[in-house]
Design a protein around this ligand. Structure first.
Ligand SMILES: Cc1ncc(COP(=O)(O)O)c(C=O)c1O
Length: 385
C-alpha cells in the first residue's frame, strides 16, 4: 500500500495570505497582508478574561457556549439589529467565525450542493465549502462599485443550488451591501428556497455614516439565514477564537453538535471576557471604532493614490484593493513581491480573491494597524512613485 494525502487536502493549500506573511517576516517588512488588527483590546474584555481565569472558569463549557455569553450575544444582536434570538436554542458560540461557518456547512450542506459566492471572495469561504464537498459557484461583482443584478443571480441557479454566502461588509472589496441589494438576495433566496449564510464579522467597521443590516432581520428571512459573526475584529482578539452562529432552532442544534465534535467548546475564560465586553461597552465604543478606522482608511487610501496605485475605496471592513497594473510584473504575485522588495510593505496578491487567474491587476492591503505603523507604511509606499 502506498500512503498518500486525502483527496480533499487540496482545498487547504497554503494560502497566499500566509505566504506573504512568511515572506514579510523573513525580510523584516511591515505586514499589511494578514487581517490581524494590532489595535488595543478593550479593558473590560481583558479584565473579564483575567477574572475568569482566576475564579476557575477553566473547564469545558456547554458546547453552545457559556450561558452568559449567549445572553450577551442575544442582547447585542437585539440592540444593533432588532433580532430576538433565543440564547438557549438559537446561538452557538464557536472557535471564531471560521469555526462557526465550518460547523454550519458541515451541518447543512450535502456533497455536490452548490453555494453562490460573490467574487472577489474571502478564500476561507471557498475552502470551507470544499471541505464539506459543496461546490462554490461564482458571481463576479462589477468594479468599481462591486454591483450585481437579479439576472446575475438567476443565471447561476441549478437544481443543486442550496445556498448563497453574503459577506457584508466584505473582505477583500470593502463592499457594504445596500438594503436594496439585500432585499434582492432575500427575494431570490425565497424564490429558490435557499439558505443564506452571512458573514458579518466586520459589522462594526462601516464608513461614511453607512448602517449595517443583519440579513436575518429582513422580513421573512430569520428561518433561512445562518448568521455568522464574532469578536475577533471588533475587540482586536483574533487569537482568542470566539465567534458564533445565530440560526433558527431547527438548524442550530445540528450546528452545535458539529461544534461539540470539532472544538468541544470555545476557550472558557475568553468567552467570559467577551461576555463582559459585550455587556459593558456602550454605543460610544462602536461609534469610535468606525471613526478611528475611517481615519485609517482615508490616510492609507490617500497614500495609495499618491503612490499611483488607484484604491477601490472600501465602504466597510479594513482592507483596500489597489490597482497595481502599472507596476512591473505580469501577475499580482510578482507585483506584490515588487512592492515588498521596493518598500518593505507586504500586500496580498489579488489572485487570492478571484478564480481563473483574475485579479492579477490588484493587491489587497489591510489597514488595521496602529497609526504609527500605518504612517510608516504610507511613507514607504512613496518609493513606488
Ligand atoms: C470575511 C472574514 N470572515 C471571517 C474571518 C475570521 O474570523 P474569526 O477570527 O472570527 O475566525 C475573517 C478574517 O480575516 C474574515 O475576513
Amino acid at each position: 500500500m502506498t500512503l498518500s494525502l486525502s483527496d480533499r487536502h487540496g482545498c487547504v493549500l497554503q494560502s497566499e495570505i500566509r505566504n506573504m506573511s512568511i515572506e514579510c517576516a523573513r525580510t523584516g517588512g511591515i505586514n499589511l497582508s494578514q487581517g490581524v488588527c494590532d489595535t488595543p483590546v478593550p479593558a473590560s474584555v481583558l479584565q473579564g478574561a483575567r477574572d475568569a481565569l482566576t475564579t476557575g472558569i477553566n473547564t469545558y463549557t456547554h458546547y453552545a457556549g457559556l450561558p452568559e455569553l449567549r445572553r450577551a450575544i442575544a442582547l447585542k444582536q437585539n440592540r444593533f439589529s432588532g433580532m430576538n434570538p433565543d440564547p438557549q436554542k438559537e446561538i452557538i458560540v464557536s472557535a471564531g467565525a471560521t469555526g462557526a461557518l465550518y460547523c454550519a456547512f458541515q451541518a447543512l450542506l450535502n456533497p455536490g450542493d452548490e453555494v453562490i459566492v460573490f467574487e472577489p471572495f474571502y478564500g476561507y469561504h471557498i475552502s470551507t465549502l470544499q471541505a464539506a464537498e459543496a461546490v462554490p459557484v461564482y458571481l463576479s461583482l462589477k468594479a468599481p462599485d462591486w454591483s450585481f443584478s437579479e439576472h446575475d443571480l438567476e443565471s447561476l441557479v441549478t437544481p443543486r443550488t442550496r445556498g448563497i454566502i453574503v459577506n457584508t461588509p466584505a473582505n477583500p472589496s470593502g463592499k457594504v451591501f445596500s438594503l436594496a441589494e439585500l432585499e434582492l438576495v432575500a427575494a431570490f433566496a425565497e424564490r429558490h428556497d435557499l439558505f443564506v449564510f452571512t458573514d458579518e464579522i466586520y459589522e462594526h467597521f462601516l464608513y461614511g455614516g453607512l448602517r449595517h443590516h443583519s440579513f436575518a432581520s429582513l422580513p421573512g428571512m430569520q428561518s433561512r439565514t445562518i448568521t455568522v459573526s464574532g469578536v475577533s475584529k471588533t475587540f482586536s482578539v483574533t487569537g482568542w477564537r470566539i465567534g458564533y452562529v445565530i440560526a433558527d432552532a431547527k438548524w442550530a442544534q445540528a450546528i452545535g453538535y458539529f461544534n461539540d465534535l470539532i472544538y468541544v467548546c470555545a476557550p472558557a475564560p475568553l468567552q467570559a471576557g467577551v461576555a463582559k465586553g459585550l455587556l459593558e461597552l456602550g454605543d460610544e465604543y462602536y461609534r469610535m471604532l468606525s471613526i478611528e478606522y475611517q481615519a485609517k482608511r482615508d490616510r492609507f487610501c490617500e497614500a495609495l493614490s499618491l503612490a499611483g496605485l488607484y484604491p477601490f475605496i472600501p465602504d466597510g471592513a479594513y482592507y483596500v484593493l489597489a490597482d497595481v497594473s502599472r507596476l512591473p510584473g505580469t501577475t499580482s504575485k510578482e507585483r506584490a513581491m515588487h512592492i515588498l522588495r521596493t518598500t518593505g510593505v507586504a500586500a496580498v496578491p489579488g489572485s487570492a480573491f478571484f478564480q481563473n487567474y483574475a485579479g492579477e491587476d490588484v493587491v489587497r492591503f489591510c489597514f488595521a494597524k496602529e497609526d504609527s505603523v500605518l504612517k510608516e507604511a504610507c511613507q514607504r509606499l512613496k518609493k513606488l512613485r
